[in-house]
Design a protein around this ligand. Sequence first.
Ligand SMILES: CC/C=C\C/C=C\C/C=C\CCC/C=C/C(=O)SCCNC(=O)CCNC(=O)[C@H](O)C(C)(C)COP(=O)(O)OP(=O)(O)OC[C@H]1O[C@@H](n2cnc3c(N)ncnc32)[C@H](O)[C@@H]1OP(=O)(O)O
Length: 277
Amino acid sequence: MFVLRQCLTLGTKSSVRNFAAATNLVNVKINEDTGVVIMELNKPPVNSLNYELLEAMHRTLVKLENERCSGMILTSSSPNTFSAGLDLLEMYKPTVDKARKFWGMLQNTWIKLYSAPYPTVAAINGHSPAGGCLLAMSCEYRIMVPKKKIGLNETQLGIVAPQWFQDCMKNIIGSRQAEKALIAGTLFSSEEAAKIGLIDELATDKEDLMKKAHDFMDEQLGLPPLARSTVKIGFRKDTLNRLINSREVDTKYFIDFIFQPKVQESLEMYLQALKKK
Ligand SMILES: CC/C=C\C/C=C\C/C=C\CCC/C=C/C(=O)SCCNC(=O)CCNC(=O)[C@H](O)C(C)(C)COP(=O)(O)OP(=O)(O)OC[C@H]1O[C@@H](n2cnc3c(N)ncnc32)[C@H](O)[C@@H]1OP(=O)(O)O
């Protein structure tokens, strides 16, 4: 399979097609021979997840349902960051309507990504805090370059990782480790994340990252797809249903929380600190 992949990558015949996207916020390429898709987040400088980026991801995930997609590798075009998490400007002094629309799109995107029947790999080529970590945790397998940071650091910002973010972490590293990490808002180095199982593999560099992502994909493509996806969804259904059955309550928590003056103050201070860096 590896030889086949090399031929497809290096061969003269171009079997890779750009997947028509209505925006350049995501670059999507599908290998027409293998059906493997690479979705690259492309919102410089740090892929902060605003409504438009989430909508572009969601639209792509919906489109992939009608394509011969056998698997998806999620990565980023930024040299240093996989995703900086939710765009803080979506939470800082929004209108209620804007906040509601934003949160709804985040929920939609997560539900699609978490429940994708095909194998999904996060090729984490840079920092991946908070919502960035959520995206990575929603994939089935995580590979990361060295010396970057990943984790749910919301507490450090004076905000709270929603239940479904927390559930994703618990499912990966276990309840005790997750509780400690969530309370402290720990950002782990790539190396620490590998030790506790938050990521599955460390890559040596970006080239090795993509090679390892394709290796994982090759292994998965050798499995009977229906059996594979049935087991996957079986493992994920409780976490999915917990949000699906409480979307409205979850949105209300989000809105009530971010509109508190103390939370707005924390966000303002954090945004200023980021700008001053
Ligand atoms: C049980 C639960 C019950 C109830 C819960 C109820 C409610 C929940 C309520 C809220 C939930 C919210 C959940 C939130 C999730 C999130 O994802 S919040 C976002 C957290 N993200 C971060 O903390 C990361 C911040 N960014 C960084 O640390 C760094 O930028 C980086 C390490 C990612 C990259 O570093 P550099 O390469 O050095 O880049 P710069 O820092 O210089 O940044 C460049 C540029 O981008 C701006 N920026 C960075 N991150 C963000 C962001 N997340 N949003 C918006 N903008 C961002 C930064 O300010 C710089 O801007 P300029 O100075 O160039 O204008």
